[in-house]
Design a protein around this ligand. Structure first.
Ligand code: ADP
Ligand code: MG
Length: 617
């Protein structure tokens, strides 16, 4: 028999690799932004159209590339950032795999323009489907512009998998926020469909955080700084009176790289001890700078995890640092260790462990500049905010221009800086007026002929119910793994019931295992839930509801989906961001039966302008 193994052509290999690196528009944004940072840029613009599905462009004023390098940059495993395996342990760049551009150009059309300061002419390259279709000299400003057009046009299945625009926009904004937060010494802007959503001038970390989260957090930030032999901790934690029910304002950066860590989160939370209301989360933006050799970031390209040599030590240092910060601001009533008054003033230079990449990038260590004096001037009444929110809405429905390289940058509109970013995202990604909430209970959504009044709880129950039914079919809900499994002891009857439906319960995102007797270990719970209750309580409530539902004689699946939806749904009284409202509306009307909650309550009432007019006669 003849041999059958062949090497895959590059384009196919790239497309497979792209599946790993490029999962959604936000992944492209992250890669391009990080490349711009690595290129030493101090001005970076991100331009997005249609939640990145049509266009994602990053323009930087960094080092640029020679013609040969520009061509090379699209090859797989082509990188200027490491040369030997040893370099992996002394990484000072965000990138190092040399996979991003190759992967992106396998699933999209990429146009690159780049010029080095020393070159008179720049290079223009167009790469589609891993093939270079244009390579020519061109006029270009110093730096690099990468425009990624029609993402996933070669992989329609992938394209169809993308979420609604507000969701994809949110992901892009998350990535943007992370990179912007880690680099306050770099100017960033983000335009979406011709409107400027972020305009972040160079400043210190506090100013950057305030620009991103809004002026109201300014007074709530407590500086945190701790120097130890093995790491340098710096950043801010929020005062305990500034908390949110949902996570989303918690940031860890290790050597400027955003990471997620339940373990470190736990360290911070334990520093707050009893200061926080139950099930609330404080804001924090914490930078951990360590010797690159002592961490392993060489995990999956899209993973945000990290391994420290000595996690326990890092945990303890972090806890002490946060407690110290809260303590020296009289936020914690007592301290369990010595106060160190000199500590506050001590803004040490970076530890030698982690030398900055270049003299532009020491932002984290830079002593605070004098407070932002424009601050007061930026104050505006709520009313003004709303007016501004609606200003310019007429632009939104505009068709994307086919000549993507010639998109004119609109003049900066500083008014947007003071808006809630969630609000802006939702508004901008929809081409229509933003929905709003009344009495933290109903959502008003504009229609051409009137408006809808949506009961948020009923609607959320419907949305989750259908989601859970699907989960029980074949599309399990994602699980958030717990760092420390919790055990829960149930009554004999409940334990028996749970044993019966354990497989199904786990499809809903739980990861529960029998632990002997009537005890169960909860290793994980459904991701993306905002119930504000712990997983054990949620589980118990679901079991309660399940038993109550038995009378209704639903099928097992319907019963479980219903019980879970009831308990996981948004509540009346819960304040929603515009983005959450928009998401709720989008999902509700994607339901097969959007009209009623699974318990039979109406999800919305439609008001017709004409009918209303009549009532005013
Ligand atoms: P990596 O960042 O892991 O090296 P990429 O595929 O993202 O891999 O980029 C490949 C190479 O292209 C980089 O190593 C860098 O030399 C070059 N490059 C990419 N983007 C830029 C940019 N914006 N400015 C200058 N050089 C760039
Ligand atoms: Mg890169």
């Amino acid at each position: 028999m003849t041999d059958v193994i062949q090497l895959l052509p590059d384009s196919v290999a790239n497309q497979i690799a792209a599946g790993e690196v490029v999962q959604r528009p936000a992944s492209v944004a992250k890669e391009l932004l990080e490349n711009a940072i690595d290129a030493g840029a101090d001005k970076i613009q991100l331009i997005v159209r249609d939640a990145g599905k049509t266009l994602l462009q990053v323009i930087d004023n960094g080092c640029g590339m020679s013609e040969t390098d520009a061509r090379m940059s699209f090859e797989r495993h082509a990188t200027s950032k490491i040369r030997t395996a040893k370099d992996l342990f002394a990484l000072h760049t965000m990138g190092f795999r040399g996979e991003a551009l190759a992967s992106i150009s396998a699933v999209a059309q990429v146009e690159m323009r780049t010029r080095r300061a020393t070159d008179e002419l720049g290079t223009r390259l167009v790469v589609e489907d891993s093939r270079v279709t244009v390579q020519e000299a061109c006029q270009a400003p110093q730096g690099t512009s990468n425009a990624v057009k029609n993402l996933f046009y070669t992989v329609p299945a992938r394209r169809n998998f993308l979420k609604a625009d507000p969701v994809e926009t949110r992901h892009i904004m998350d990535e943007f926020q992370r990179v912007a937060m880690a680099n306050p010494d770099v100017f960033f802007s983000l335009h979406h469909n011709d409107s400027e959503i972020y305009h972040l001038p160079v400043g210190n970390l506090r100013q950057r955080i305030v620009k991103i989260f809004g002026e109201s957090v300014n007074k709530k930030l407590v500086p945190t700084e701790q120097e130890t032999d093995i790491l340098h901790i710096s950043g801010f934690v929020g005062k305990p009176d500034y908390v949110k029910k949902a996570r989303g304002e918690q940031f860890f950066f290790v050597n400027k790289r955003f990471i997620r860590s339940n373990y470190l989160h736990h360290a911070v939370m334990s520093a707050y001890e009893d200061l926080l209301p139950a099930d609330t989360y404080p804001l924090y933006v914490l930078f951990l700078d360590v010797d690159p050799a002592s961490v392993d970031i060489n995990v999956h390209p899209t993973k945000q995890e990290i391994k420290f040599d000595d996690e326990r030590l890092v945990y303890n240092f972090l806890k002490v640092a946060v407690r110290h910060a809260l303590g020296s601001h009289n936020v914690t009533p007592t301290l369990d260790f010595e106060q160190e008054p000199a500590f506050q003033q001590r803004l040490t230079p970076p530890p030698t462990l982690s030398p900055p990449r270049d003299n532009n990038s020491v932002g984290n260590y830079r002593p605070e500049r004098p407070a932002d004096t424009e601050g007061a001037a930026r104050h505006a009444s709520n009313l003004e905010h709303w007016e501004k929110l609606y200003k310019g809405l007429e632009l939104f429905g505009k068709e994307p221009s086919p000549e993507y390289e010639e998109i004119p940058l609109p003049a900066p509109t500083p008014s947007f800086e003071i808006l809630e970013m969630d609000d802006v995202a939702a508004t901008f990604s929809k081409g229509q007026r933003a929905p709003y909430q009344i009495h933290n209970q109903y959502v008003v959504s504009h229609l051409k002929s009137g408006f809808l009044l949506i009961d948020q709880q009923a609607a959320s129950e419907r949305v989750l119910y259908e989601r859970y039914l699907m989960a029980l079919e074949n599309q399990p809900v994602a699980t958030q793994k717990a760092l420390f499994p919790k055990t829960v002891e149930l009554s004999g009857a409940d334990a028996a019931l749970l044993r019966d439906i354990l497989v199904e319960v786990n499809l809903l995102g739980f990861e529960i295992a029998e632990f002997g007797g009537n005890t169960f270990a909860i290793h994980g719970s459904p991701a993306d839930l905002r119930t504000g209750i712990s997983e054990e309580i949620l589980l118990q409530k679901v079991l309660e509801q399940y038993k109550e539902n038995l009378e209704l004689q639903l099928g097992n699946r319907e019963n479980l989906a219903h019980a879970m939806a009831r308990n996981a749904a948004m509540r009346r009284g819960q304040a929603l961001t515009t983005l959450e409202m928009q998401d709720l509306i989008d999902r509700l009307f994607a339901c097969s039966i959007p009209y009623r909650s699974p318990s039979g309550r109406k999800c919305f009432i439609q008001y017709d302008l004409e009918e209303l007019q009549k009532q005013f006669t």
